[in-house]
Design a protein around this ligand. Structure first.
Ligand SMILES: Nc1ncnc2c1ncn2[C@@H]1O[C@H](COP(=O)(O)OP(=O)(O)O)[C@@H](O)[C@H]1O
Ligand SMILES: [Mg+2]
Length: 326
């Protein structure tokens, strides 16, 4: 019998279009001899077609496993994962807690810091209580200002002056009630792919070479001008450190299945900082997550197979959990 895979894609986030491309690549890689694909498309307004996955256990008899290919809000942030939990369906990637913790850049930093992992110094401010003076007391310019939840560099600014800081705070606060302000790191941007459940492994890291002052939305999706180097040209020690930290970050944030951990390598100190963790990284045929695995010996279709296997393995392990006394 073929395994019936529900690919859920599109979605309400700003990364709707990227999701469409990721989903087509994944569907093309699913071996038709082994899998039967069912498409669940979610429009930008949140409507499912042809019909939604239902939240009741047993209410989706045609689905063996779900492959969510949704980036960002309402897909990568634990909300969708909550639906699959209610429905009792196995699904690829992180659970509710790992997804929502990873989506929040500040919670990610706290969890990493608590485990002794290096993160860039930062401040938190809330919409309605933005305070440029506090930022200036703590940091020198430039600083990065970000909405705590979101992706694709939306709402993120690099502020070089008081004037830029004030508008950057307003912009970030328009996208999230919680805003984080960070010291700017001058150096390299690195990414590392992680795969697995309890004992995840890390790929060889790559370096992103943005074409602009930082890796912003246009650079990621519109310009196509940023380049990458795979594997990143690092000392063996730094490579090993990045791979170790990637696995540690995945465990600290309690992610599962897959994650792409992004780093900043400070040129002056040689220090590596964890920047963020993405639980449903870009998955097009030219995306970094599958490319890093390809370089580390796992083909795109082999990667998709492994993610489905990990989803079933995790679901089976969860099945043994008791929810009440009898
Ligand atoms: N503290 C920092 N120092 C230097 N560059 C940063 C810093 N934070 C973010 N950036 C730049 O901004 C980009 C987007 O920030 P990031 O935190 O990765 O958010 P997103 O979730 O939108 O990808 C990064 O890829 C990097 O180029
Ligand atoms: Mg990023």
């Amino acid at each position: 019998m073929k395994l019936r895979v529900a690919v859920v894609y599109g979605g309400r986030s700003g990364e709707h279009e990227v999701s469409l491309r990721s989903a087509e690549s994944i569907i093309a890689a699913l071996d038709p001899a082994r899998y039967e694909v069912q498409r669940f498309f979610i429009g930008k307004e949140g409507r499912w077609s042809p019909h939604p996955i239902l939240p009741e256990p047993g209410a989706n008899p045609g689905i063996d496993v779900v492959f969510p290919v949704l980036h960002g809000t309402f897909g990568e942030d634990g909300t969708m994962q909550g639906l699959f939990e209610l429905a009792g369906l196995p699904y690829v990637g992180s659970g509710v807690l790992g997804s929502s913790a990873a989506m929040d850049k500040e919670v990610t930093k706290r969890l990493c810091h608590e485990r002794g992992l290096p993160v860039v110094e930062y401040l938190v401010q809330w919409r309605g209580a933005l305070d440029a003076d506090e930022v200036e007391r703590n940091f020198q310019y430039p600083v990065f200002v970000k909405p705590a939840n979101l992706g694709s560099s939306v709402g993120i600014s690099k502020a070089h002056s008081r004037e830029e800081l004030e508008s950057a705070l307003e912009v970030a606060a328009a996208y999230d009630r919680k805003v984080i302000i960070e010291r700017a790191i001058l150096g390299k941007e690195l990414e590392c792919a992680v795969l697995g459940n309890e004992k995840p492994r890390a790929s060889m890291p790559c370096e992103i070479l943005p074409s602009r002052e930082f890796y912003d939305y246009d650079d990621k999706y519109l310009l196509g001008a940023s380049r990458y180097q795979l594997p990143a040209a690092l000392t063996p020690e730094t490579t090993a450190e990045v791979r170790r930290l990637a696995v540690e970050c995945m465990l600290a944030v309690e992610c599962a299945g897959m994650a792409r951990v992004d780093f900043l390598l400070e040129e002056s100190s040689g220090r590596v900082y964890i920047n963020e963790i993405n639980t449903i990284p870009g998955f097009t045929s030219i995306s970094m997550y599958p490319k890093m695995w390809e370089h580390s010996g796992i083909s795109y279709s082999g990667l998709v197979d492994e993610l489905i296997r990990l989803a079933l393995e995790r679901h089976a392990a969860c099945q043994t959990t008791r929810y009440s006394k009898d």
